[in-house]
Design a protein around this ligand. Structure first.
Ligand code: NCD
Length: 296
């Protein structure tokens, strides 16, 4: 694997290898502190990010690498009209790998096409977010000690939510049970459907609450809507409050890629089933596994 653009590039064995590696890194991170001491990692963030950028930076630093980059493309030559391809060609002379986030669907692939150094997709528009899918799998496995037979319910914006797209593709290698809960207009697009993993669609979680091991909640992706009125009508359709949480078993975990807006009540944070901050923290270990796998 040179670049990581889509989760579809990975086989079940590749995913299991990365899960194993992330587990080992989490249990003894000091053993990896010199793994990438001669590497420079470039962070090219053309779109807002907190977790994805900083956990990649943390991962690179914990591997002994150094980092450079930008978090606001408004301060770069993109503002003067430079193409993405030219930016990537130039950074090829400054770094050993590129982590890229971009608002356009397919941007990471376009970047990789002109790059001699590895490119890792940190989210391209409403398409994919493969490193998030891997850290999500790691978190599910940490709780259930397996992925096969786990029952996962996706909730919210399944149309534009790129973390859902990559995670569903990744799950197609495992014998999981998937349910999708969304408004009719925000259903999973056909391109991300998988024949190997048939799933049922619902408009409320009530029907699946007692058969859900992982409730994977997402934010309605405001920035992808042309019609803000439509966004306003959909944004608070699903809100996990303590009262709603009572419908789920004590063994269910609540996941969310974050940031949350209204869909996850802060009152849930003290519920032992709330796993979203653990999930965010796991990003560091999985991204260390990915970076060292690609660069060593
Ligand atoms: C997600 C993203 O950027 O796609 N955030 C993240 O990387 N953890 C989800 C979101 O923005 O809703």
């Amino acid at each position: 694997m040179k670049h990581l653009i889509s989760i579809s590039q990975l086989s079940r064995a590749d995913i299991e290898h990365l899960l194993e590696k992330a587990k080992d890194i989490k249990s003894s991170p000091q053993d990896y502190s010199q793994s990438l001491t001669n590497s420079i990692i470039a962070m090219l963030f053309f779109e807002p990010s907190t977790r994805t950028r900083l956990s990649h930076e943390s991962a690179a630093l914990r591997l002994g690498a150094r980092v450079l980059g930008f978090a606001d493309a408004g301060t770069t030559s993109t503002k003067k009209g430079e193409t993405l391809e030219d930016t990537i060609r130039v950074i090829n002379g400054y770094a050993d790998a590129i982590i890229i986030r971009h608002p356009e669907y397919g941007a990471a692939e376009r970047g990789a096409a002109v790059s001699d150094i590895p490119v890792i997709n940190a989210g391209d528009g409403s398409n994919e977010h493969p490193t998030q899918a891997l850290l999500d799998l790691f978190t599910i496995q940490e709780k259930f000690k397996k992925l096969d037979t786990v029952r996962i319910t996706f909730v919210g914006d399944l149309k534009y939510g790129r973390t859902v797209h990559s995670l569903i593709k990744a799950l197609s290698h495992f014998n999981v049970h998937i349910s999708c809960v969304s408004p009719a207009s925000l259903r999973l697009p056909d391109t991300f459907k998988n024949n190997r993993l048939p799933y049922q669609e619902y408009e409320t979680w009530d029907e699946v609450a007692d058969t859900t091991d992982v409730l994977y909640i997402t934010r309605v992706q405001e920035e992808r809507f042309e019609d803000k009125q439509e966004y306003n009508q959909l944004k608070d359709k699903y809100i996990l409050t303590p009262k709603e949480a009572e419908k789920f078993s004590s063994e269910t975990i609540f996941m969310h890629p974050l940031p949350r807006v209204v869909e996850l009540s802060p009152e849930i944070d003290t519920d032992p089933r709330a796993w979203y901050f653990k999930q965010a923290h796991n990003g560091v270990w999985m991204r260390m596994a990915i970076l060292s796998h690609i660069l060593s």
